[in-house]
Design a protein around this ligand. Structure first.
Ligand code: FPP
Length: 254
């Protein structure tokens, strides 16, 4: 955070950013929705929307890094997305390979630490290979953490955490009495990452769709009609400025 306003006081268009140092979110999570509609409106196949969405992923990572976010989490493929037509699923599974092939050097240069949340063991071997290579190159980086949710479901995350904890109880490594909300967080796929302060969803839909359901308990929510391929840095900054005006009480009265 120390370099936050050295690097971020100007937007790409050269105008002063309205973002204040106060109430700066540490973790922003995004439900990237609307790729299919973006393509359909242009008479293109749905996969063209996913491809355009990939460029937005690159732009929003850049913008987030320049703005000074510490954690960015992107919902790229849910446990429910397997229900889509096979060709679309296959295309989505190839995107990480294409994305990291072209972006990995810049991510490394920015010091971005990439993480993957979700059950990556169920992804095709070529996607898993991309996951492994990306973790090798970026896993120890000390800059912004960008988590890609791939084959991620919030409920599956919670069940996985319960199973992992129960296994440790069986092995006498812990006891049920030691279980608290904080301890439970260490068994989720987001361990070590603070809960999201702000969750953004594009395309006008207003639901969480099984994204970070435990971690979202006190997240602020922000919705925009913009379809994901049209989501630009200015839109991200609007979300952050709106967040900065909100009073978070966490159930208290402050
Ligand atoms: C939802 O839009 C979007 C997805 C299921 C895929 C999101 C993937 C990307 C943005 C690209 C990912 C990039 C990397 C690097 C992994 P939708 O298809 O449901 O849109 P619709 O509601 O308009 O049909």
């Amino acid at each position: 955070m120390k370099w936050l306003f050295n690097r971020s006081s100007q937007t790409q268009s050269g105008t002063e950013s309205q973002l204040s140092k106060e109430n700066f979110p540490s973790h922003v999570a995004i439900i990237m929705d609307g790729n299919g509609r973006w393509a359909r409106r242009r008479g293109l196949p749905r996969i063209a929307g996913h491809h355009a969405g990939m460029s937005t992923v690159r732009d929003i990572i850049r913008a987030s890094d320049e703005i000074g976010l510490q954690y960015l989490t992107l919902y790229a493929f849910s446990t429910e997305n397997w229900k889509r037509p096979r060709a679309e699923v296959e295309y989505l599974m190839r995107l990480p390979e294409e994305f990291f092939r072209s972006e990995i050097d810049e991510l490394v240069q920015r010091g971005v630490c990439v993480r993957f949340i979700g059950d990556t063991s169920r992804l095709p071997e070529y996607t898993q290979e991309t996951v492994r290579r990306t973790l090798e190159r970026t896993g120890n980086n000390q800059g912004m953490t960008v988590s890609f949710a791939l084959n991620y479901g919030g409920r599956a995350d919670v069940i996985g955490a319960i199973q992992a904890f129960a296994r440790q109880v069986e092995n006498n490594e812990t006891t049920w009495d030691d279980l608290s909300e904080d301890v439970f967080g260490n068994y989720l796929s987001t361990y070590g990452i603070p809960d999201p302060d702000l969750i953004i969803r594009t395309s006008g839909e207003q639901r969480l769709s099984n994204f970070l359901i435990w971690q979202a308990a006190y997240a602020e929510l922000w919705f925009t009609e913009a379809l994901w391929p049209d989501f630009k840095r200015a839109e991200l900054e609007s979300a952050l400025m709106d967040y900065q005006k909100r009073k978070r009480r966490f159930g208290g009265l402050k």
